[in-house]
Write a protein that binds this ligand. Structure first.
Ligand code: FES
Length: 364
């Protein structure tokens, strides 16, 4: 459903944003690449659904729905055999397309097919395409789209709020001055990267006369670099730093039970070659880690208790409204079933919410 961008009421009663049982079709992080060596299978719980992901002996990744069609054993209890996966319980074997090619008790295969999902690898993470439409390009750092990258993962985390809410913190322009004491007004300009990806670029030049601004001004020819790129409303990539060296931090989030968030942070830099290049990569990633630690340490307390409800948007919240609008106009799927949300049903609900709001009545 396309939601109009010019009415505040469109953002109070959202159909996808901050919804505990819905999310946007897209790529979602599943597991780190290191946790899945050749010949191993792992269980992954993703957006209400159980999966078994394995790497075959040639290194190819395969992702299936977790439960065996014979008697429901979890296939991650089984073992990888060549390119296929054998269930532990009665030894049925499935090839990488999910076909049952061997049921030992019958001495033959069976016309059964496991549900499989597209799976790919980037930035040291195994990603699963959640949706029935054709998988799109994996999320990438816009400035590094055509470069090989070096990346490291920081620890995983859980937050008491929805991934969408956690994401908007990164473009909450006003909070930079209040919470982070930034002596600079941040103003974002929106840019659509792809249908499911949006960028907010800071367009503010460093003109104030605080000590910090005087210190950093020589390092920026134009605006101070602080750009946020969002994919599917749940992956956020920060680009910041002086003109001669940009730092990249990716927050890959996913919805878990009760509308909460599980996240994985990935620190990324352009790959430099040779011994010196390798050393340089490590130093840049260490500096990125320091930046990341600072960014998350200040905000952690707020996301323990927030009950997000943007009742009174101000001009400074404009980017947040644009983000919500972008989320509302993407393809929504349901928690656990991964089925598309019925658009006609949603149109009616949205209409009803607007009527209730115009009457000043609460919308349940
Ligand atoms: S439950 Fe998997 S083979 Fe029986």
């Amino acid at each position: 459903m396309k939601v109009p961008s010019n009415t505040i009421s469109s953002y109070r009663y959202t159909q996808i944003f901050n919804h505990s049982r819905r999310f946007i079709e897209g790529w979602y992080w599943a597991i780190s690449s290191k946790q899945l060596p050749k010949g191993k299978v792992k269980p992954v719980s993703l957006l209400g659904r159980e999966l078994a992901i394995y790497r075959d002996v040639d290194g190819e990744l395969v992702c299936f729905d977790a439960y065996c069609p014979h008697m429901g054993a979890h296939l991650a209890e089984g073992k990888v055999e060549g390119g296929g996966l054998r269930c532990l319980f009665h030894n049925w074997k499935f090839d990488k397309k999910g076909n049952c090619i061997d049921a030992p008790c019958l001495g033959t295969g069976l016309p059964l097919e496991l549900k499989s999902w597209d799976v790919a690898e980037k930035y040291g993470i195994v990603w699963v395409w959640v949706g029935e439409t054709q998988a799109e390009t994996l999320p990438f750092v816009p400035e590094l789209e055509n470069f090989e990258c070096h990346s490291i993962l920081t620890s995983r985390f859980v937050k008491n709020c929805h991934p969408n809410v956690l994401m908007i913190n990164l473009i909450d322009a006003h909070h930079f001055n209040i919470v982070h004491n930034l002596p600079l007004e941040i103003i974002f300009r929106k840019q659509q990267l792809k249908e499911n990806a949006i960028i907010f670029n800071n367009i503010t030049r460093a003109t104030e006369d605080s000590f910090l601004i005087k210190l950093i001004r020589p390092f920026y020819k134009k605006a101070v670099t602080y750009n946020m790129c969002y994919w599917y409303g749940s992956i956020g990539i920060i680009t910041l730093g002086p003109d001669f060296l940009h730092f990249y931090i990716m927050f890959a989030l996913r919805l878990i039970e009760d509308g909460k968030t599980e996240g994985q942070t990935i620190l990324i830099t352009k790959k430099r070659r040779g011994i010196l290049g390798c050393l340089c990569n490590k130093i840049v990633l260490c500096l990125t880690k320091l930046l990341y630690d600072y960014l998350v340490s200040v905000n952690t307390q707020i996301f323990k208790r927030i009950n997000f409800d943007l009742k009174t948007p101000t001009k400074a919240d404009n980017s947040i409204l644009q983000f919500i609008h972008n989320v509302e106009n993407q393809r929504a799927l349901r928690w656990r079933s991964w089925e598309p949300v019925d658009e006609e049903e949603e149109r009616q609900r949205h209409k009803q919410a607007q009527i209730l709001e115009s009457k000043g009545e609460p919308n349940d």
